[in-house]
Each structure stands twice: as C-alpha cells, then as structure tokens.
Design a protein around this ligand. Structure first.
Ligand code: DMJ
Length: 539
C-alpha cells in the first residue's frame, strides 16, 4: 500500500481479511511499482552524510570503530561464512536453532553497517554471499520475531540504502514464508514457524510436512504469544507491503494485533484499547487462541521491550500520521511512569518489572534501550510532558551507565538490581554476563543526537575501550561470563547483533547527525534503518 493510504489499511478497511485465513480481497488498483529513485529524492539528507569539517579526535574514534567492524567481519568471513555466527575462540561457525534452517545471520545483520561505514569491499563480499549462497528453500522451526527483525529488517534496510533489487526480492520471498504464523483463531501469530514449503504432503517429503505450521514457544505459559514478538512486526511488515504492493503484509501486522475476536478481523489497536489492561499496563503473554492475557508479568525489558519501541516508531515512520500508535505509546508510557519508574536510595532512576502488582526492583540490560526511546518520544511529547520525559530518558541512561561503571570490566551485566544494599549491580551469579548487547550504547546514540551533551560520546568511548580490552580476542569479539572480574572468561560467541547494532550505534555516535538522519529513518529493533514515509512512492 502507498504510504498515504496506510492509515486506512491499519484501520481495517475493506481489504482486511478474516482471521480464519481466507484469502484477502483482490486489490483492483493498477499494477504496483515502487519508485526507488523517487524515494531517494524524498530523503532530506544523503544517507552517509555530507562529512563537513570535523575535529580529528572524533574522526579517529569513528575510524577505530570502523576497524572493529572490519575485524569482526573479516574473522566471521574467514571462519564462519555461511553459518549464523562466529565462535571466535574455537574459530568456527555457530548455527543455533532460532532461524529455522536459514543461514548467514551475521551476513544479513552486517550488510547495512558495512555499507554505512563505507567498507566497500566487505559490503561486496556480503552482497555476493546473498546473491550466490543465501538459500530460502529451507525447512526448520524459526523464531518469527528473530527472522523478522534480523533477516527481513536487514534486507529491507540494505535495499533502501542501495537500491539493489536482490535485497528487496529476498525480503519479499522470506516475508511470504512468515505469513502462515498468523493463521490462529485470533490472528495473533505464534512465536515459532516452520519455514518449509506450505501444504506439502508428507509422502512428498516427510520433512516438508510441517511447512507453514506454527507453534508457541514451549517455555511460554499456556501456549501464549509474547508481546515483544507479535508487537515487533509492524515496521517491517508495512515496508513489505510498501515494496510488494501487497496489502496482505500490512493487514497481517494489523490483523495479528487486531483480531482479538474469534470471528472477525478487527483492528488490533482498537481492540487493545478496549481490552482491560491492569493499571493501564500491557502484560507480556497473550493467548493467540482466546486473545486474553495469560500472565500478569509486565516488563519494559525482555518480553515486552520492542512492543513499546514499535509504537512510537510506527508513528514516526508514518510521518506522524499514525496517531493511534502515538496515543498508545503515550498512554503506555504514562502507566509505566506511574507504576514502574522508581528512584533508588542512592538516587538512581530505574524501571522496575511488575508481577501481578508486585514490583521486582530489577532492570535487564535489554531495558536500557528505553532511555533512547523515551528521549526520541520526548521530542514529540506534549509541552507539559516534554521536559519530564527528557529528564527521565537522561536519568535512565545515566543509571544504565552506572551499571557499566560499577563493574570491573566497565561493561554492564545482563541484569542489575536495586535490592537491599545493591544499586545498579547484578546480585545473582546468573546475571553477571555481557553478550555484546547494544542497548546501552543505543541510548547513548539517541541522547547524543538529541542533546549534544558531550558526556554521551565519552561514555560511548569507555565502552569501545572496554570491548577492546575484554571482548576482543584473536579471531573476533566474544561475550564474557562475568563483568565483575578483570580476567573474565569468554563465551565464545560473536553475536550477529554486535555487527548490526552495537558497532553501528557506536559508529553513529561519532558521526555527524546527517548520517542516517533521524529526520529520514527509524531504526528497527535490530538497528536496521527503515525510511520515514515523506511521500507516496507508487510509480
Ligand atoms: C537484538 O536482537 C534486538 O535488539 C532485540 O530487540 C533484543 N535483543 C537483541 C540485542 O540485545
């Protein structure tokens, strides 16, 4: 659908399809062609910026981060190309079980970072792998969420940045394979989907039998779907519709969120607005069968996080037209402020988790993205909230920084607590690890862009130094098992999001504001830039 008509599609107008899986109504409009040149002309800034004169120290720091990216990529290429991730200690590849037989997660996640950093040769290597070796004809159980944010997000972003058709066609082909996950009584997708060919009969090939079938995660209570998973499809699915001219993607994203009624499609947001939310909060688990909350656990960290992120970013991506998403974001943030935001005895602001009315005074590393999100939202908040939200964003980011500075490695733990005696430190052995996650530097990047307070660049540079000291090994970067020792053991994993997010956000922190300008792009939750719709690109 053209951007200008998105509101209608989201509003569940006539093209919306029933949750039962009946085919969508035919689109009778003229054949669709996305006008890439027109899109490029609509951008307000060159994607890689104009590079005016800058101080040599900023440039040197940016170049250091570029070198880190090259090192991470070169080692992946040498030891693990075609596998999903690099194991930098044993110098081999890791496949894992999140991507249902898909390979090359690091290639796809790295593409746009290589492009933005002007690592031209490395970008060509990655592109060639996509052209020659990226096989979508796979069979296996994949996380709908992970495939969407990493593969679809990475391919879409690289298409928009380069205009190379191969990235668009792979994104669309893969997007099609995800659609059966929405065939549930409510239209809320389940978390796991088999990527095999749909409808293949068992006698044709026994492995293909499950193609297109979906499941809930075994660990999710009572077969529920996860808020952060079904709530983190919207940005990518709107772009799949945009590029294909096929409204089914937008409808699915909307459908999945909208049909909490068993019998008909309704708009998710209207329904979610009607569904009773405890104290205005969104629990993390929802049944795809009944459409009701399954457990009252609320978190702005894991299981909830990117649902909130995609509300404000949907509004921004729609060029501020999707007012429903904005209202949902504003209301959700108000409830979070009222019930979850706390100040520790030592004066640190944090966002607690909520379990059926009882607060757990804990913040996960994942929740540290919220400093950046709240800062981004604050710029567009009503006058009476703007300053408060700016302060909240800065305070949360500062608390997350404290979780780094209070460790021996100057890297932050997976989760930190504000219990008796502890302030922004992990209290459990199982929460002391750091797996190269991006959320803290993500917030530094947004806060830098929005305030230009030099402390954010200093804090980012501290992270660069800590990564170099504790995570860089002979053949890549590795996570560490304990941030509270200066001689940590390594976990032997170079996560693909390190190349997609951590290094990209660090690089952008030392760039001018016009490189992937926030006026032109929103970052998906894996840091893949998707364009804001300034105009209609239907050719
Ligand atoms: C990434 O895959 C994404 O940022 C996701 O939203 C959360 N987890 C990882 C990084 O920590």
């Amino acid at each position: 659908t053209a951007p200008g008509s998105r509101q209608q599609v989201q509003g569940g107008e006539s093209r919306a399809q029933p949750a039962s899986g009946a085919p969508p109504a035919r689109d009778t409009r003229a054949p669709f062609r996305f006008d890439y040149e027109r899109f490029r002309r609509s951008l307000r800034h060159p994607v890689r910026g104009r590079r005016p004169g800058e101080d040599p120290e900023t440039r040197a720091r940016r170049m250091k981060i570029k070198e880190m990216m090259k090192f991470a990529w070169d080692n992946y290429k040498q030891y693990a190309l075609g596998k999903n991730e690099l194991r930098p200690l044993t110098k081999n590849g890791h496949i894992g079980n999140m991507f249902g037989g898909l390979r090359g997660a690091t290639v796809i996640d790295a593409l746009d970072t290589l492009y933005i950093m002007e690592l031209e040769e490395e970008f060509q290597e990655a592109k060639q792998w996509v052209e020659k070796s990226f096989d979508l004809n796979v069979n296996g159980e994949a996380s709908l969420f992970e495939v969407n944010i990493r593969y679809i997000g990475g391919l879409l972003a690289t298409y928009y940045l380069t205009g190379e058709e191969v990235f668009k066609s792979k994104a669309l082909e893969l997007g099609e394979k995800l659609l059966p996950a929405f065939n549930t009584p409510t239209g809320i997708p389940r978390g796991v989907i088999n990527l095999g060919r749909q409808g293949t009969r068992p006698q044709q090939h026994f492995l293909s039998f499950w193609g297109g079938m979906s499941w809930s995660w075994g660990w999710a209570s009572a077969g529920s779907s996860i808020l952060a998973e079904f709530g983190t499809l919207h940005l990518e699915f709107l772009h799949l519709s945009e590029l294909s001219g096929n409204p089914v993607f937008a409808e699915k994203a909307t459908l999945s969120l909208s049909s909490l009624s068993l019998s008909q499609v309704m708009n998710i947001r209207r329904v979610l607005n009607r569904v009773e939310k405890p104290q205005g909060l969104y629990p993390n688990f929802l049944s795809p069968v009944t459409g009701s909350w399954v457990q009252h656990h609320v978190s702005i960290g894991g299981l909830g996080d990117s649902f909130y992120e995609y509300l404000i970013k949907s509004w921004l991506m729609s060029d501020k037209k999707d007012s429903e998403a904005k209202k949902m974001y504003d209301d959700a943030l108000e409830a979070i402020e009222k019930h979850l935001v706390k100040k520790s005895a030592g004066g640190l602001t944090y966002i607690a988790e909520w379990r059926g009315g009882i607060l757990d005074h804990k913040m996960g590393h994942l929740a540290c993205f919220s400093g950046g999100m709240i800062a981004l939202g604050a710029e567009h908040a009503q006058e009476d909230r703007r300053q408060r939200h700016r302060e909240l964003a800065a305070e949360i980011t500062s608390t997350c920084h404290e979780s780094y500075t209070r460790s021996d490695t100057k890297l932050g733990p997976e989760a930190f607590r504000f219990d008796a005696g502890s302030e922004a430190t992990a209290t459990r052995l199982s929460e002391r690890y750091y797996i190269l996650r991006p959320e803290v530097v993500e917030s530094y990047m947004y806060l830098w862009r929005l305030t230009h307070d030099p402390k954010y660049r200093l804090w980012g540079w501290e992270v660069v130094q800590a990564l170099e000291k504790h995570c860089r090994v002979e053949a890549g970067f590795s996570g560490i098992r304990d941030v509270y020792t200066t001689t940590p053991t390594h976990d032997n994993m170079q996560q693909s999001f390190f190349l997609a997010e951590t290094l990209k956000y660090l690089y952008l922190l030392f760039c001018e504001d016009d490189v992937l300008s926030l006026e032109d792009w929103v970052f998906n939750t894996e840091a893949h830039p998707l364009p804001i719709n300034h105009t209609d690109f239907r050719a």
